[in-house]
Design a binder for this molecule. Structure first.
Ligand code: FPP
Length: 259
């Protein structure tokens, strides 16, 4: 099945205009996290099977990566497959795993050329051998990228990530390497999959749903939330810039009062 052409949405002139406004406005979020939702509904609206929507979603990923590179976002975290998604029909799970392989095969060279460093985060022990090999390949191939860190969350759950951290801390305490009173926020932070990058400044969810769905529960404590009504395959760089413009109007106080 061929990747559908770019979905109808704001034209490239709109995107260029929005980018100019983003740049005129000032600081862009350092780290953007996205819950990519609505692929299934997008396919259903077209009387097509759900994997058709996921395939269109893959094209949207490419456009949003370009949008991050052009606007200067340094980290992009994408929720591509949750732990709960393993419970979807086998046919959909295998379609998603196939798309992961295909995405890596198609994009790895361009990502490397563009200075994107890919990391794949989650319980990767559940991936099949082909998907695991593809993941290893792209992580290795892009490891020198410095312009954009692209974190793909696969087989990921926020609560499971916290359980994993708690177990590591408990083991360190039990072994006498760590005193209980020395456990701090940093102790937990350092044991999360995301220990190498700053917390998201902006969390976007598409398709109008207003839930975190177990994504980055610890890390989004002070993220600004942005709910886009469009379904993920219709989200592209212009929609990203609209979200950033909205972010730039927010007053971030981190629990303090304005000076
Ligand atoms: C949620 O839509 C989306 C997913 C579970 C998968 C996301 C996957 C992609 C965007 C394509 C692959 C991307 C990469 C980077 C390999 P949903 O299926 O829950 O939609 P619905 O709520 O309308 O049913």
């Amino acid at each position: 099945m061929a990747i559908p052409s770019a979905p109808p949405g704001p034209s490239s002139t709109d995107a260029a205009d929005l980018l100019a406004r983003v740049q005129a406005h000032g600081a862009v979020p350092r780290h953007v996290a996205i819950i990519m939702d609505g692929n299934g509904r997008w396919a259903r609206e077209r009387h097509m099977p759900r994997p058709f929507g996921h395939r269109a979603g893959m094209a949207a990923v490419r456009d949003v990566v370009e949008g991050c590179l052009d606007s200067g976002v340094q980290w992009l975290s994408l929720f591509a497959f949750s732990q709960e998604n393993w419970q979807r029909p086998v046919s959909e799970v295998s379609a998603l795993m196939g798309l992961l392989e295909e995405y890596i095969q198609r994009e790895a060279d361009a990502l490397e050329r563009q200075g994107v460093r890919v990391r794949v985060l989650g319980d990767l022990s559940r991936l099949n051998a082909r998907a695991a090999a593809a993941v290893d390949r792209v992580v290795q191939q892009t490891s020198n990228g410095t312009r954009l860190g692209l974190n793909l969350f696969i087989s990921y759950g926020g609560r499971a990530e916290l359980v994993r951290a708690a177990r590591e801390i408990a083991a360190d305490v039990q072994a006498g390497r760590l005193a209980p009173e020395a456990v701090s926020e940093d102790t937990i932070r350092d044991r999360l999959f995301t220990a190498f990058c700053p917390d998201p400044d902006l969390l976007i969810r598409t398709s109008g749903e207003q839930r975190l769905s177990n994504f980055l529960l610890w890390q989004v404590a002070y993220a600004e939330l942005y709910i886009a009504s469009v379904l993920w395959p219709d989200f592209g760089r212009a929609a990203l810039y609209e979200a950033i413009l909205d972010f730039q109007r927010r007053d971030r106080r981190f629990g303090r009062v304005a000076p």
